[in-house]
Write a new protein. Structure first.
Length: 391
């Protein structure tokens, strides 16, 4: 079950890019949100005072509600700061945790996961789930290594081919989901297994380590201005995904599909086309993550990709608890990944058993899903006022 990833901004009989949201806001064609003042007035009146002049109880209730909202939006950021502080003063980790080298290592090691997660939230926003992203990244990594080692292609061509391999996986997933009308969870679980089998068959279970351009390896381990090179790629990807989801008609249509497919069809959105495009984009970003994985690891490892899937799903759900609470969002996903990485790194420095890291990720996923479900129920049962659309 995915969280309530969208503002329900599609109203029956209205265009998808201008409709009254269920929480009293109106999403206009340029993505701006209006109507918040009307919602505040409605809340004040409902709390026991006249619109614009709430009683003392109503004012306190409104302040309390807004305070809780702020705490919800920034709770994960606070937990991240607390985690850094704990490992910074803990005797077992203090000597090495707060060093600049450690933070650079955390940032560079999470680049692949960030790109995967940002690609994953695209189909999740549309109401689908892509469980093949980790295997698609592994396939892209191996295929890119093979292009360099056996095809002797130039650096840029090999990287683009790696992204293309991931996009092809997305095309297959999208076609199967749209044409067969089977739940994406089942489809992508099957394609993930098939991809893994193909990779093992092609490589014989052996990593491809020869023929990889040195310039790619230098990029994977290099830094510019003290910041790992891969972080710049992550920044560009983050901006692209944020703009695509929050500032374009495509993003608004994607949110509408995830909110209510039937209503989206009524206002003219081609639901199947949006679902297909979401999987293609998810696959393409998985392909890019595979190229980054090759650059950082220095080898096309046939078994490493699938380990990213669970953590990416956990980060996506956990990210919905930050900033835009109850909605999948770019900044929340990045903070969630940093939260997981900081804690796993700190526990590793503390010398805990390896299984603790897996336990922590699993528990984080369960807590994130439970929290997202609770938020979804709260939003469904919360009294709401309806904003009036401007003509």
């Amino acid at each position: 079950m995915t969280p309530d990833t969208t503002d329900p901004s599609v109203a029956r009989g209205r265009p998808a890019d201008k409709a009254a949201a269920a929480d009293g806001t109106a999403v206009t064609g340029d993505g701006a949100v209006t109507g918040g003042s009307e919602q505040a007035i409605g809340e004040m009146a409902a709390a026991g005072g006249p619109a614009g002049r709430p009683g003392s109880d109503g004012a306190l209730r409104l302040v309390r509600r807004r305070s809780v909202g702020i705490l919800q939006r920034y709770s994960l950021v606070a937990l991240l700061g607390i985690s850094i502080g704990v490992y910074g003063i803990w005797g077992k980790t203090a000597a090495v945790f707060l060093s600049a080298a450690d933070f650079r290592n955390i940032a560079s090691s999470q680049a692949v996961l960030v790109v995967l997660t940002l690609g994953l939230i695209i189909p999740m926003i549309s109401g689908s789930l892509d469980l093949s992203i980790g295997n698609a990244a592994g396939l892209s990594s191996v295929a890119t290594a093979a292009f360099y080692a056996h095809g002797h292609v130039p650096l840029l061509v090999g990287a683009l081919l790696g992204v293309l391999v991931g996009a092809i996986v997305g095309v297959v997933n999208g076609l199967l989901v749209v044409l067969l009308r089977v739940d994406s969870f089942i489809i992508t679980l099957g394609t993930a297994s098939a991809i893994f089998g193909i990779v093992i068959w092609y490589t014989g279970g052996q990593s491809i380590v020869l023929g990889i351009p040195q310039s790619l390896l230098s990029f994977g381990g290099g830094n510019l201005g003290g910041i790992p090179d891969s972080v710049y790629v992550v920044a560009v990807v983050g901006l692209i995904v944020w703009y695509l989801l929050e500032q374009t008609p495509f993003g608004r249509s994607l949110h509408a599909v995830g909110s209510n497919k039937a209503a989206a069809r009524l206002v003219g959105i081609r639901v199947e086309r949006m679902t297909f495009a979401a999987f293609v984009l998810s696959g393409a970003f998985a392909g890019l993550a595979g190229v980054l994985l090759l650059a950082s690891s220095g080898a096309g490892n046939p078994e490493i990709g699938q380990s990213f899937t669970l953590t990416a799903v956990a980060a996506a759900f956990l990210g919905a608890a930050s900033f835009k609470v109850g909605r999948l969002n770019v900044l929340g996903s990045i903070v969630a990944i940093l939260f997981l990485a900081v804690n796993i790194t700190g526990l590793t420095f503390a010398g805990v058993a390896d299984w603790i890291n897996q336990l922590f990720t699993g528990v984080a996923l369960i807590v994130a899903i439970a929290f997202a479900t609770a938020l979804h129920r709260e939003r469904r049962h919360r009294p709401r006022s309806t904003a009036q659309d401007s003509p």
